[in-house]
Design a protein around this ligand. Structure first.
Ligand SMILES: [Zn+2]
Length: 76
């Protein structure tokens, strides 16, 4: 592994976990309705309508590997 900035091969790899928590307040979503339709048929549409204006908390986490140059501190 070579740093693209300075060309040093003194690079360490590190696995990091990113967690994104987003709180959204939104109205009736078309996508949600479609999903509701697929999963529950007509009741899904009703659930989508019932969820109007409610606050939704969504947690999304993913792990990725980053490389850190020990020479210049570049992360890539
Ligand atoms: Zn570097």
């Amino acid at each position: 592994m070579i740093c693209p900035r300075c060309g040093s091969n003194n690079v360490t790899s590190q696995a990091i976990t990113e967690t994104n928590i987003s709180t959204k307040r939104k109205g009736f979503g078309c996508v949600k309705a479609c999903i509701g339709w697929v999963l529950f048929s007509v009741p899904g549409i009703l659930c989508g309508l019932c969820g109007m204006g409610k606050e939704k908390t969504k947690t999304h986490s993913n792990t990725r590997v980053i490389h850190i140059c020990q020479n210049c501190g570049n992360q890539f």
